[in-house]
Design a protein around this ligand. Structure first.
Ligand SMILES: Cc1cc2nc3c(=O)[nH]c(=O)nc-3n(C[C@H](O)[C@H](O)[C@H](O)COP(=O)(O)OP(=O)(O)OC[C@H]3O[C@@H](n4cnc5c(N)ncnc54)[C@H](O)[C@@H]3O)c2cc1C
Length: 416
């Protein structure tokens, strides 16, 4: 069977079928039995898996339609963000934000509440104005922002159907630059975390949890003009030019060093035309309320010596609160603490309980697409609307065709 992008999870579904049109999806769903969507495979667990048929929707890419009056773009669910971003930019339009890599499908990213960074930027799903999906009855359904069920369905983890198309908010294209700051001490950062995360349109802190300083702060500034100046200092750190960035200096990184460029070549860390990130890796990520951000980071820092040997890097970002029930930022502005681990499942597995215990006082929520140890009771403590979302999924799919072991373990679907 095929594996996820990182090669760390092998899908167990007995059957996998590719769909390149909405009709393909309907035909496969109508054949009966358990089904589940598989996007571009950038998640890290059995979340997409099924005991029946995996429907690979990464080929569901036909059509990108821009509606300038409504300020929306409608895309097929398997479309990668980088493709829609390129098309939008060519026509003078943009999205509000992007994740670290443009390779992920719009449907899969939406379903897991994928995010970029920025104190004022909602997770990517907040740009979704409407969805089209094939439901358990094999029919095509739509849901729009403002509809009763939309808050449950937007970040829906594939738990109620197969998304076939999404309509996203757009705005006029803009330019941005990326600058790297080095030497920011943990003391200064934790004393005024808001100053750090608010230093640009989108800010990422890269750290290996060394005791004294954060290795690099990557500030993405949205420009009114290419001549806009940026500060040479950030708290007690300095802007550095011509040095290797936190992710290396490979051809797969978007341009840093303060060079202005189009939004879609600056907001992601990685370029669409090459392989992103480290490769054989495991990822973990938790959302904590921004009001507890400094305390939560301090709690993880205390585990730094045990974390570091198995860590490629950590990245700390922010997102603005939203009203999507299963979003990591539901109801609260958040600081998001990410770990890229070496592919060492046993060692990483042993580290997750102490990390989750350290973050428990802050009500941390895990990223749906990444590796964590939360179960139904633990999620019910931190996701106040998970029971309501589950009820919507059960109503739309009473036989549990889109349910799977992962969703039942987490309480996103009822156990069967
Ligand atoms: C290198 C790397 C960098 C990453 N960077 C970020 C980041 O910056 N920010 C962040 O938040 N996350 C990040 N992620 C995580 C990633 O965005 C999520 O795992 C996302 O779900 C990937 O989308 P996908 O299409 O690959 O999903 P898949 O892994 O294919 O599927 C994930 C889930 O989405 C569902 N799904 C997929 N397509 C559909 C559909 N059409 N209809 C219904 N359900 C669907 C699946 O059923 C499953 O439940 C990163 C992952 C990697 C590997």
């Amino acid at each position: 069977m095929p594996r996820n992008w990182a090669g760390t999870y092998e899908y167990r579904a007995p059957r996998i079928e590719s769909a390149s049109t909405e009709e393909d999806v309907q035909r496969i769903v109508r054949e009966g039995g358990p089904v589940h969507a598989l996007g571009t495979r950038h998640s890290f667990t059995d979340l997409p898996d099924t005991e029946g048929t995996l429907i690979d929707v990464s080929g569901l890419t036909g059509g990108i339609t821009i509606d300038e009056d409504a300020r929306t773009v409608t895309v097929a669910a398997g479309t990668r963000y980088g493709i829609v971003a390129g098309e939008l930019d060519e026509q003078g339009w943009a999205l509000h934000n992007l994740g670290s890599l443009p390779h992920i499908s719009v449907g899969g990213a939406t379903a897991t509440g994928t995010h970029g960074s920025g104190d004022a930027n909602g997770v990517l799903t907040t740009a979704v104005r409407g969805i089209r999906y094939v439901g358990a009855d094999g029919e095509v359904h739509e849901a729009h922002r403002g509809d009763d069920d939309f808050a449950a369905l937007a970040v829906g983890a594939g738990a109620f159907g197969i998304l076939t198309a999404l309509t996203l908010d757009i705005q006029p294209a803009y330019r941005a630059r990326q600058d790297i700051y080095a030497g920011v001490s943990w003391d200064a950062a934790l004393a005024d975390l808001d100053a750090l995360t608010g230093a640009g349109y989108s800010v990422s802190l890269f750290t290996r949890w060394e005791p004294d300083t954060i290795e690099a702060v990557w500030v993405k500034t949205r420009l009114a003009s290419d001549d806009d100046a940026v500060s040479d200092t950030l708290l007690d750190g300095q802007r550095v030019v011509g040095v290797e960035g936190p992710l290396g200096s490979g051809d797969n990184i978007t341009e840093v060093g303060g060079v202005p460029g189009p939004w879609m070549l600056r907001l992601p860390h990685f370029r669409l035309d090459s392989e992103p990130s480290f490769g054989e890796e495991i990822q973990t990520e938790y959302f904590v309320p921004r009001t507890h951000g400094a305390a939560a980071l301090d709690a993880v820092r205390a585990l730094g010596d045990s974390i570091r040997p198995h860590l490629v890097w950590s990245e700390i970002r922010t997102a603005a609160r939203d009203d999507l029930w299963l979003s990591g930022a539901y109801g609260q502005d958040v600081v998001i603490i990410h770990f890229t681990w070496f592919d060492r499942p046993e060692e990483v597995g042993a580290l997750l309980p102490p990390i989750e215990e350290a973050l428990r006082p802050f009500g941390a929520r895990p990223h749906w697409g990444k590796v964590h140890r939360f179960d139904r009771p633990a999620l019910e403590r931190v996701h106040p609307r998970i029971g309501d979302a589950r009820a919507v999924f059960e109503r739309l799919d009473p036989e549990g065709r889109f349910s799977n072991a992962h969703l039942e373990r987490l309480g996103l679907r009822e156990a069967r």
